[in-house]
Design a protein. Structure first.
Ligand SMILES: [Zn+2]
Length: 64
């Protein structure tokens, strides 16, 4: 698991949720925004690349 998506129950339904990177088994509390398709988010610690598609999958499934 490298990415989790959390819905915030306190927000209204159109506000959406939040993305967090799971770095080396621990959730990084820095919220991520969805990167543009040509510029994946690269984690400076573990070196993983998270692409736009990964974020959509996380949103659908809760985590990827
Ligand atoms: Zn990482």
């Amino acid at each position: 698991m490298v990415l989790v998506y959390e819905n915030d129950p306190l927000e209204t339904e159109d506000a959406g949720g939040h993305f967090y990177h799971v770095c080396q088994g621990r959730i990084d509390q820095t919220e991520l925004s969805v990167p543009p398709p040509d510029k994946p988010y690269e984690c400076p610690r573990c070196g993983i690349e998270l692409e736009t598609e990964d974020f959509w999958h996380a949103q659908l499934k809760g985590s990827v």
